[in-house]
Design a protein around this ligand. Structure first.
Ligand code: PMV
Length: 344
């Protein structure tokens, strides 16, 4: 039996950059994000009928210890690069031995390019896998499994504005405002659709080991989270913008001071920041954030979104602009996701 799920990527305003425990992939500090509406990853998974529920069919293991009978197809092509992470995630959920899985993933946006594709992919994967394997897993456990695969994926289980807190026993993730409660808009300026040179997981381990700013970055996260949480509670856009830009620039300072340095920006990234600064000078309610990639995300109030989108479209080096509201959390679908956000 196939199970199908869809999830939307999320963009962090207070960033996750550093692990407390690499084995369990536990973040070193909390984070706060917005789940998008327009972008999505659909995930379909099947455990062959004869094998479902049985433990006597062992997954074959390669020399590296990875389940090599799982199959992964991403956007219509066999993908061996991501397969190990998918297999490990399924092992955590189902245990091993387990039946091998056939997994199909489809996204309507470029993957591994700083658009948080792993957040939607692993959130959708755990929801679909739980159903296909007939497990009953509650939302906190789903967030735990998603987060163990990709720290940011835990947040895509939930809708709207989402906070992730780190406790001794693991993560605690919840939505602190639904999309309808504060309908922010996100305008994404795509400056390069290619895959990034350094994966975020590897990059943040390098930052922890080498940046002289890393420790102070982690120690100050709680203060930024508190400011952002209060801003969301009070619907104080200016305060949310100030702490989000500050937190983003601190994270990139940690990246730049790592050895060797991690620089995801390009010329158009800087041009887009300038364009947003210019809009701010005209008192437009907009602020920026940038993740592990060269794309710039402008968060704005709905009335500003047309002007922000026009300004970023006109910015030198910006290839494409995507406008999104805030969206829902990961969920099951009756059928494979249709090729549109509405259909999803
Ligand atoms: O979840 P990962 O391992 O892809 O790391 C995400 C890192 C950032 O996007 C830069 C920050 C974040 O909190 O999403």
């Amino acid at each position: 039996m196939w199970a199908h799920a869809v999830a939307q990527p999320n963009i962090a305003l207070i960033k996750y950059w550093g692990k407390r425990d690499t084995e369990r992939n536990l973040p070193a500090a909390g984070s706060l994000s917005v789940t998008l509406e327009t972008l999505w990853t659909g995930m379909s998974i099947e455990f062959p009928a004869s094998a479902a529920g049985s433990t006597d069919i062992s997954t074959e293991r390669s020399a590296e210890g990875l389940a090599n009978t799982d199959r992964l197809v991403v956007n219509g092509r066999r993908d061996s690069a991501m397969l190990a992470r998918v297999s490990t995630c399924l092992d955590r959920m189902l245990g091993n031995p387990r039946p091998p899985a056939a997994v199909h993933s489809e996204s309507n946006f470029p993957i591994a390019a700083g658009l948080a594709s792993s957040s939607s992919a692993f959130a959708a994967l755990v929801v679909a896998a739980g159903r296909a394997a007939d497990l009953s897993i509650d939302a906190p456990a789903l967030a735990g499994f998603a987060g163990a695969a990709s720290g940011s994926a835990a947040r895509s289980i939930h809708e709207g504005i989402v906070e992730l807190r780190v406790r001794d026993e693991g993560i605690d993730v919840r939505s602190i405002a639904a999309a309808s409660e504060w309908p922010l808009q996100v305008v994404i300026a795509i400056t390069d659709e290619g895959a990034k040179a350094t994966a975020s997981g590897e990059a943040m381990i390098r930052s922890a080991a080498t940046s002289p700013f890393y420790q102070s970055w982690i120690e100050r996260q709680e203060a930024d989270l508190e400011a952002a949480r209060d801003a969301v509670r009070d619907r104080d856009f200016e305060k949310l913008g100030a702490v989000s830009e500050y937190n983003c620039l601190k994270m990139h300072s940690v990246m730049w001071t790592s050895k060797p340095p991690i620089v995801y920006w390009n010329e158009a990234t800087v041009n887009a920041l300038e364009a947003i600064r210019e809009l701010q000078r005209t008192k437009l309610p907009v602020f920026f954030t940038i993740d592990a990639g060269p794309q710039v995300k402008a968060v704005c109030l709905p009335e500003a979104s047309a002007a922000v989108s026009a300004a970023l479209s006109d910015t030198a080096g910006v290839r494409k602009v995507i406008v999104s509201g805030l969206g829902r959390g990961a969920r099951l679908l009756d059928e494979p996701p249709a090729n549109s956000a509405d259909g999803a």
